[in-house]
Design a protein around this ligand. Structure first.
Ligand SMILES: Nc1ncnc2c1ncn2[C@@H]1O[C@H](COP(=O)(O)OP(=O)(O)OP(=O)(O)O)[C@@H](O)[C@H]1O
Ligand SMILES: [Mg+2]
Length: 170
């Protein structure tokens, strides 16, 4: 089944956003996309990466295996990161060198905001690089208010419904 909006009815200029825009996206208060595979989620992340600015924070929510790291890998690709992007579950904060420093943070094993601050999370957020935070709901009180929020839901048929808020996509 083709879940994307026909090109002529789509509000996005970007071919990638058009390709994955969900039919139900209108009126939901965010941009909703549907992807069918790792590669598609990566491609959507890479397209979003082109809209991100220095000092930005991207907060990602979604169940285990939803595709948060996959989406981050796409963003990193767009920012010129050459290193393979893997889950920073054990290191908690991993720094990649792209066109600007990218801090990939996994809050899954953190007990909360205090834990995050003690690990230097605050410095990463304020460094002027770009911060990508998986399991952001665990440390939400440490994040600034004007962040980009990504929610990834695994649908009943195994696709991914990806909602983007806090950024104007074209
Ligand atoms: N549409 C899709 N988008 C992304 N991943 C998909 C999709 N369909 C299936 N997958 C699979 O789901 C998995 C997503 O893994 P990923 O590590 O990105 O998830 P995660 O949300 O970061 O998990 P964790 O909570 O463990 O950090 C991969 O094995 C990938 O192949
Ligand atoms: Mg992950």
């Amino acid at each position: 089944m083709n879940t994307s909006i026909p090109k002529e009815n789509c509000r996005y200029k970007s071919g990638v956003f058009q390709k994955y825009a969900a039919k139900s996206a209108e009126g939901i208060g965010g941009s909703v996309f549907i992807t069918n595979s790792y590669d598609e989620t990566f491609e959507l992340g890479a397209e979003l990466g082109r809209f991100l600015e220095k000092g930005g924070v991207v907060a990602l929510e979604g169940a285990l295996g939803a595709g948060k790291t996959c989406f981050c890998a796409g963003i990193c690709h767009a920012l010129g990161v050459k290193e393979a992007v893997t889950s920073p579950s054990y290191t908690i904060i991993h720094e990649y060198e792209g066109v600007l420093p990218v801090y990939h943070i996994d809050a899954y094993r953190l007990s909360g905001a205090e834990d995050f601050e003690n690990l230097g999370g605050g410095e990463a957020l304020e460094s002027g690089g770009l911060s990508l935070v998986e399991w952001s709901e665990r440390i939400i009180s440490s994040l600034p208010p004007d962040i980009v929020r990504i929610k990834i839901k695994i649908t009943d048929d195994g696709k991914r419904e990806i909602t983007v808020k806090g950024i104007e996509l074209a």
